[in-house]
Design a protein around this ligand. Structure first.
Ligand code: ADP
Length: 255
């Protein structure tokens, strides 16, 4: 609606008005459709862990059980509740993105140092799967939201661990390129096919739904990471060779 009809051009006024209205309705339609789909997907995602909690607790209530069986039931209910909790956190975060309330708080800091901290944090998780993490990190002083950028790096690193092969490798690089800080996370996992790669930043998109749901995945991590990077006026890119591995690259402008 920011467009205005040229008042001096009376002949084409109606045509232009129709064009502006069509364009506006088109955009409203598609954003409405997106919202409807988002709500439907979110409800669907919440239903699965809730169904698990209901079924397991109902069984525990009606059947005589051993302490071990109760323990197992409580563990399953706890895991499902944890999954719901992280799902709700992510949905609230995306709601803030959609409403324009999502803001980053930039402060002067060293982005390389933050990435190193994340690598140290995730290393034990990688080692559990026999995965080695190598890094080549340049210290770069810049203004950025340290907490948010850590969130992105942790998401990329935990994906690189989660979707990697056992005994695989992860390479983390931070370097200055022209006027950007470039942070990349490369893995030797199964890679992503081009058709899936196009969609992986879409909300709820998972390449292998059945396998991923067992790993507590929500399909929201990359959508949130992209929103954080875009709020820094940066770009988050993915490159993959199916069967060989995937590289995620975050580019943050220095000024
Ligand atoms: P989640 O990991 O919770 O499913 P993400 O948004 O972080 O959500 O990732 C979306 C999907 O992209 C994942 O489900 C997975 O299929 C795919 N993916 C992400 N990172 C990688 C990776 N490093 N290697 C292979 N596939 C990946």
């Amino acid at each position: 609606l920011s467009q205005r009809i040229d008042e001096t051009n009376t002949k084409n006024e109606l045509g232009q008005l129709a064009h502006v209205l069509n364009d506006t309705f088109g955009r409203l339609d598609s954003s409405f459709e997106q919202q409807v789909r988002f709500t439907a997907d979110a409800s669907h995602e919440m239903r699965t862990p809730l169904a698990v909690i209901l079924a397991k607790s109902e069984l525990a209530l009606v059947r005589e059980r051993t302490p071990e069986k109760y323990q197992e039931t409580i563990k399953t209910c706890y895991d499902s509740a944890q999954h719901m909790s992280s799902l709700i956190e992510s949905l609230l975060e995306l709601a803030r993105v959609d409403s324009g309330e999502f803001k980053v708080q930039r402060e002067q800091g060293n982005v390389g140092l933050e990435v190193s901290t994340c690598v140290d944090m995730l290393r034990p998780l990688a080692e559990k799967r026999g995965i080695t993490v190598e890094s080549d990190i340049q210290g770069i002083e810049m203004e950025f939201d340290a907490q948010r950028i850590r969130q992105v790096v942790i998401n990329l690193l935990s994906n690189a661990v989660k979707y990697n092969h056992e005994q695989g490798k992860i390479f983390v690089h931070v370097r200055k390129e022209n006027n950007e800080a470039v942070i990349s996370v490369q893995d030797t996992g199964p890679g992503i096919k081009p058709d899936d790669l196009k969609n992986i930043f879409n909300r709820f998109y998972r390449v292998d739904k059945s396998r991923n749901s067992k790993q507590g995945s929500t399909g929201l991590g990359l959508a949130i990471s992209q929103a954080i990077v875009q709020a820094h006026q940066g770009r988050l890119e993915a490159e993959s060779e199916f069967g060989a591995g995937t590289t995620f690259r975050m580019r943050l402008p220095l000024k």
